[in-house]
Design a protein around this ligand. Structure first.
Ligand code: 0O2
Ligand code: 0O2
Length: 267
């Protein structure tokens, strides 16, 4: 153990972190282009410090020659999302990837930790191409919302300061703060759903307007001038009243009139 060349040992982990960071940042860019919205807000990564590796090995009883299998988060990737739903989307995307192998998942969102910690963890086996061939290293991918990350970052630094002896009172207040952070996530999700509903409604309204106006044009094309003019008057009234439900009904009536006009035209 004492004779271990740490930079040689950590090198494939450094490479895995760098490669995975690039891959998830690219996923963000690609999804932004494809779908206008990316479920990934930002990506960070780190290789665990030697002192933390040794401390964890001692705590978990991992033998010095078993670090590669025993410590799963020597390579760590963190993916931050805006909404809780995005976490599940990102997890689903990771499950379909061919460039890594899933080992197991830990859902600390449903089963949040006693501390209040919430996150979705996926342990993967990642192949790194070294000068001597392929080497598979374990990596931990933590997926969380911005609120979960805010809480975890502060809680982690306080825990570091106080080590195991975090005062009971502080511990309880941190748990409450974790609940508040989760409430914030829930509230932001419901606001988002309302915005999405409003967007859909707006889309449907503008579609009804274009269906009516295009339909009136079609009626002129079939020389149904009087009918087209009547529909136009009706449209003006309903549009003025912003009665989108009636506009939708009007578009159906116009559709029927066009079908009739077409039929008459053919006979
Ligand atoms: P951008 O354009 O800011 O999104 P790198 O080697 O540059 O890829 P590095 O220097 O190792 O990455 O940084 P790290 O710690 O892995 O952070 C990766 C990205 O996360 C960086 O963005 C940080 O700016 C960003 N980041 C870290 N913390 C926060 C945060 O609290 N909020 C936000 N919005 N971003 C954060 P990039 O890679 O420079 O790209
Ligand atoms: P780092 O690099 O300092 O973040 P353990 O639960 O520690 O016995 P296990 O099963 O490997 O060991 O880990 P677990 O519970 O899946 O968690 C691994 C990582 O999740 C931790 O890494 C943290 O990054 C994060 N985590 C887990 N619980 C908490 C928590 O209560 N608060 C915060 N802030 N983070 C947590 P490390 O080992 O702490 O390393």
């Amino acid at each position: 153990m004492d004779g271990r060349d740490w930079s040689l040992f950590l090198q494939p982990y450094e490479q895995a972190v760098e490669e995975l960071k690039v891959k998830f940042k690219t996923m963000r860019v690609e999804l932004k282009i494809r779908e206008a919205y990316a479920p990934i807000e930002f990506v960070t990564g780190r290789v665990k410090r030697i002192s933390s590796i040794l401390e964890k090995a001692r705590r978990l009883g991992v033998a010095p020659d078993r670090l590669e299998d025993g410590i799963e988060d020597i390579a760590g990737i963190r993916i931050m999302c805006q909404f809780v739903d995005d976490i599940h989307r990102v997890a689903a995307l990771i499950r379909t990837r061919k460039d890594l192998e899933l080992v197991y998942e830990k859902d600390y969102i449903t089963n949040y930790k006693d501390s209040g910690y919430r996150s979705y963890h996926i342990i993967v086996k990642y192949p790194v191409q070294t000068a001597l061939g392929f080497k598979h290293v374990l990596a931990e991918i933590q997926i969380r919302t911005l609120a979960m990350n805010f809480w975890a970052t502060i809680e982690h630094s306080l825990n570091y300061k106080f080590k195991e002896s975090l005062p009971e009172d502080v511990r309880n207040r941190l748990k409450k703060a974790a609940e508040a952070a989760f409430l914030l996530d829930t509230e932001m999700t419901s606001i988002r759903e309302e915005i999405l509903d409003a967007q859909t409604e707006f889309e449907e309204q503008s579609n009804a307007v274009s269906r009516v106006l295009n339909g009136i044009q079609d009626l002129y094309f079939y020389h149904r001038v009087r009918e087209a003019a009547q529909f136009q008057i009706k449209f003006n009234e309903l549009f003025e009243q912003q009665d989108y439900h009636a506009l939708h009904t009007l578009s159906i009536e116009i559709g029927a009139a066009i079908a009739k006009a077409k039929k008459n035209n053919q006979s």
